[in-house]
Design a protein around this ligand. Structure first.
Ligand code: GLU
Length: 303
């Protein structure tokens, strides 16, 4: 199969639809002004071949995709102890909901809703250098120096009242080790990390290689841990639309409100799609369409 042709076909098919449906995230100005008419896709195989098409080199705000990599670092640092304060069930509630957190006494349903990512950020502050560890990890995985967009980071902090509420809530239940401010600092800045499709496809390849680093022989995670991350992506990785994603795409995915989606086909490849306009659940409209086309045109799926 010629993967490059598949990607070029998807880009050509979606070109007439650019900017037609969905809405760019507008809760902060730096995201609101990103032009909607962009689409990129990149694939890295477990063996190391790379393919890319469209706006695959345009940097974007990775937002909640960062939760995948912070979770990986926390699993590495803490092993199974991580699950004492974080669940593994789809939430069935909006990603920033407070209601469930109160009912469940400060234990977030899963690591991909905001409360869960804040709990993960807390563990990274306890076990290491927080944000610096995430940036160093992403730089090692992608092979490029990865940084953050300071304007986005400042706006996240200036408008993140609900995230502050979630963190304070967990602190009140004695479920955070560190100061709320230190935890929020890591979370707001990890949301502001900037990467492109090629870098993200490369960074996620350990999930298609039983936990092995994309370009080294070292283990990022154990085989069992990598399978568990993929399971969480499939069940909880795409906000409140994880069922719809499993039904229509059938790959473990993690999305972000910057319009990126990372997907994994275990033992075969990782990919990243990006298009900034989002549907009502916060997932990229054309990103989801591209993943559907990729699966249909290659016959690749976990099912
Ligand atoms: N940065 C936003 C927040 O926490 C959105 C992250 C996302 O879901 O991609 O609240």
């Amino acid at each position: 199969m010629n993967i490059q042709e598949v990607l070029d076909d998807i880009t050509a098919t979606l070109r007439p639809e650019l900017g037609q449906a969905g809405k760019v995230a507008d809760y902060i100005p730096a995201l609101a002004r990103v032009p909607a008419e962009q689409f990129g896709i990149a694939v890295r195989t477990a063996k190391g071949q790379e393919y890319a098409s469209g706006d695959c080199d345009v940097p974007f705000s990775i937002q909640s995709i960062s939760k995948l990599f912070s979770l990986t670092l926390a699993m590495r640092a803490m092993g199974d102890d991580l699950w004492k304060r974080i669940g593994r069930e789809p939430s069935g509630n909006p990603f920033n909901s407070l209601v469930q957190l109160e009912r469940e006494e400060g234990v977030p349903r899963n690591p991909f809703i905001n409360a869960g990512a804040l709990a993960v950020a807390d563990r990274l502050v306890t076990c290491g250098d927080g944000l610096d560890d995430i940036l160093a990890f992403l730089s090692s995985l992608s092979g490029d120096a990865i940084g953050i967009d300071e304007e986005v980071a400042e706006s996240e902090a200036a408008t993140g009242f609900r995230n502050a509420a979630l963190a304070n809530f967990m602190k009140s239940f004695d479920k955070l080790d560190n100061d709320v401010a230190a935890v929020l600092h890591v979370y707001f800045r990890q949301c502001a990390i900037v990467m492109n499709c090629r870098q993200l496809a490369r960074a996620a390849t350990y999930l298609a290689r039983d936990g092995v680093h994309p370009r080294q022989k070292t283990a990022v995670l154990s085989d069992r841990q990598a399978r568990r991350v993929n399971a969480l992506m499939l069940t909880c990785g795409t906000y409140d639309a994880a069922g719809e994603f499993a039904f229509r795409v059938g790959l473990p995915c993690k999305s972000g409100v910057g319009g990126g989606i990372v997907a994994v086909l275990p033992d075969k490849l990782s990919l990243c799609v990006w298009s900034p306009a989002l549907d009502e659940s916060g997932n990229s409209v054309l990103g989801m369409r591209a993943l559907e086309l990729f699966v249909a045109n290659t016959g690749m799926s976990v099912f």
